[in-house]
Design a protein around this ligand. Sequence first.
Ligand SMILES: [Zn+2]
Length: 344
Amino acid sequence: MLEQLESTYTQALAELETITHSDALHDWERRYLGKKGAVTLALRATGQLPKDERAAFGKRANEIKNALADAFTGREEMIRQHELAQSLEEGEIDVTLPGRRVPTGGLHPATQTLRRIYAIWAEMGFQVYRSRDVEDDDTNFTLLNIPPHHPARDMWDTFHTTTPGVILRTHTSPGQIRAMHDYGENGTAPIRVILPGMCYRYEQLSARSEIQFNQVEGLAVGRHIHMTDLKGTIAEFARRMFGAEKRVRFRGSYFPFTEPSIEVDVECMICGGDGCPVCKYTGWVEIAGAGMVHPVVLQNGGYDPTEWSGFAFGMGPERMAMNVNGIKDIRYFWQNDLRFLEQF
Ligand SMILES: [Zn+2]
């Protein structure tokens, strides 16, 4: 048996010398050192030898196994170098190929729209004022002329916290009260701010309503501010945001914190007024709710409504982005689906 092993060893070494290709090399490894390779089988058969021969045979078989393994490693390295040199020579690596583009992030479509809105209002002299997301019931409702049990409260389904009277703001309008107190100098200074931020409503999710969305509130308070100022200011915003040729229209509406109240429509960006699914075939899309600040709200902000007046408006950046880009479902905005986000 030992003789047979030695001849296998000699044969294996001789064969290895002739191998120049990694496929053949791995075939060789399988035949001699693999699970059913000749050397492995010989080692396994040690137990069948007479007792006094076993030790010597086993020792020699292991030596041969290790020697072949070393020879294999050496040959493998040689072949690897050889094949690498060959592939370089054949020009398999084309260093002139353009590189792969590293994916880059981009601004969220809501952020892009918000920044456009900020820029336009900044040009028109409005500062950004950030108000809190977690509000008290009083500022969110009562001080905005929506007392407890007022039927207008049904317009908002509210997220309540575990602390009674502390809620997530349902709109950015409570920022009006805070801005008047922070900037109004006890009702003696004029104000021109926009109040952007996230709002929260406990609503059924649908293509048209989300439980969170951005709003941009606007507030101007001064001594001689009239409805015409509101109309002119909003129309100018719409021209800068959507294009000078776009027509704007105002419709009478109702909000508890403005009197009179209006809603503002602009000609549909998709069909240009001819009618399409985005504008529900009316040719118009709503861009804002607005109105003259209600005297009660001015009073709650520290102003004397017989001397001071103001206008306020609220617009939805996601709705605007939907109208401009023909996005059919508001839920896309917070799903973090790159297939959606990468389009902007
Ligand atoms: Zn349309």
